[in-house]
Design a binder for this molecule. Structure first.
Ligand SMILES: [Zn+2]
Length: 403
């Protein structure tokens, strides 16, 4: 086990590392995860308040400084600090909301049952597994008596699965030196992720009785060249990021019609555009406007415009993979028995808000990202434990031990 302490190459973290792991029971993170899975926090169905109360109570009992920030009614972020001795500060950030339960489960989505050393439940992977591993690591720090050089904090936020209201509010006033965003990465170190932009494009027509279609303008028919143009635009997107792949676009929702005997006067098209690091959101908005302008000039009868943009997690972001911070995290993960390899994410994540605030950030967590948002979402409890050790080693390596 070799640690590279921030700013030096000392290897004297072996002993405190061992002491901390001695206070981290192999089943601890899975016990906490089962508790978290049993507290429902499906985005747009349940608020996160009960999860926030659980976390705030847990860290308060450990003696951390706890702050609760209400982002909107019933939706609080929790920030808890283990105060260090003035060295570099690190936050472990993750989100408390999950996607809705959905259909197709063969086990109870809110039972937290363990079968063949896998824990099942909505959020087990995304991202309550990371939250549980973070809490287990913090508890082991406190119990071990090892004192860190810098502040280490837990920042648990609301609303990552929709508009990232929690991380947006948090990073306005909370700017640590380093952040590790707990998302399922199979313990790979994610340094880049794609972002998303979701315009709602509206095509207008004129309503009429459907027995006389020619008396109106059918907005669904008017939408056809718009849909075709968006399809061509998506097919022609190019660019390649070494870890995140290519940009993409897709029409994902179409809404029109008020009755089976009425010519529709309005057709709404939602376009889901995924941006790779390097693509600028403002320029992508302009690209989409240009697509619509081309349709209007080829088909003057089509009245089409971007009406609004749906909230998303945010734009893409990336972190220099050769930075000392990234290499330190990689080494800490390897020391914990994880892969620690560099990776990119095709989806979006709250890392973007920390990067925008100037915080050096990676995403790292236990759990297979392909199982996120699926029925029978589940996580390997041994990987969960390795995740907790990896987080503890990261904090020790980044914040250092107080002398
Ligand atoms: Zn997530």
């Amino acid at each position: 086990m070799t640690f590279h302490l921030w700013g030096s190459e000392r290897n004297d973290l072996v002993e405190p590392g061992r002491t901390i792991v001695e206070h981290l029971a192999p089943e601890r993170a899975s016990t906490l995860l089962a508790d978290l899975v049993r507290i429902r926090s499906q985005n747009s169905i349940d608020a996160e308040v009960a999860v926030a109360e659980y976390i705030a109570g847990f860290v308060d009992r450990l003696g951390l400084e706890v702050e609760v920030e209400e982002v909107s009614p019933g939706r609080p972020n929790v920030i808890a600090r283990l105060v260090g001795a003035g060295g570099p500060s690190l936050t472990f950030n993750s989100h408390m909301d999950t996607v809705p339960e959905g259909a197709g489960w063969t086990r109870g989505p809110f039972d937290g049952s363990i079968v063949d050393r896998r824990l099942y439940g909505r959020g087990a992977v995304d991202a309550k597994g990371s939250l549980a591993a973070i809490l287990a690591a913090i508890e082991a720090f406190v119990l071990s008596g090892v004192r860190l050089g810098g502040d280490v904090s837990v920042s648990a936020v609301v609303d990552e699965e929709a508009g990232s209201a929690g991380a947006r509010a948090l990073t306005k006033h909370f700017v640590p030196d380093f952040a590790i965003v707990g998302e399922p990465t199979s313990l790979e170190v994610v340094v880049a992720h794609r972002g998303s932009l979701r315009p709602v494009i509206v095509v207008h027509g004129r309503t009429a009785h459907s027995s006389v279609p020619s008396a109106g303008e059918n907005a669904i028919y008017r939408a056809l060249p718009v849909i075709e143009a968006l399809r061509s635009y998506a097919l022609e997107l190019n660019g390649e990021h070494p870890l995140c792949g290519s940009p993409s676009g897709a029409v994902t929702v179409i809404g029109a019609g008020v009755g089976e005997n009425v010519i529709p006067d309005r057709c709404e098209i939602i376009f889901d555009r995924r941006m790779i690091p390097g693509e600028v959101e403002e320029l992508v908005r302009e690209e989409i406007e240009a697509v619509l302008a081309k349709v209007r000039s080829a088909h003057p009868e089509v009245r089409v415009a971007v009406e609004r943009h749906l909230p998303t997690t945010g734009p893409s972001s990336e972190m220099d993979p050769s930075s000392e911070f990234v290499r330190t995290v990689q080494q800490a993960v390897v020391a914990a028995g994880g892969p620690g390899t560099l990776a990119g994410m095709t989806g979006a994540c709250d890392m973007t808000h920390f990067r925008a605030a100037g915080v050096a950030t990676v995403a790292l967590g236990p759990g297979d990202p392909l199982r996120a948002h699926e029925p029978d979402e589940n996580i390997d409890v041994d990987e969960l434990h390795r995740g907790a050790i990896a987080y503890a080693y990261c904090a020790l390596a980044i914040c250092g031990e107080a002398s």
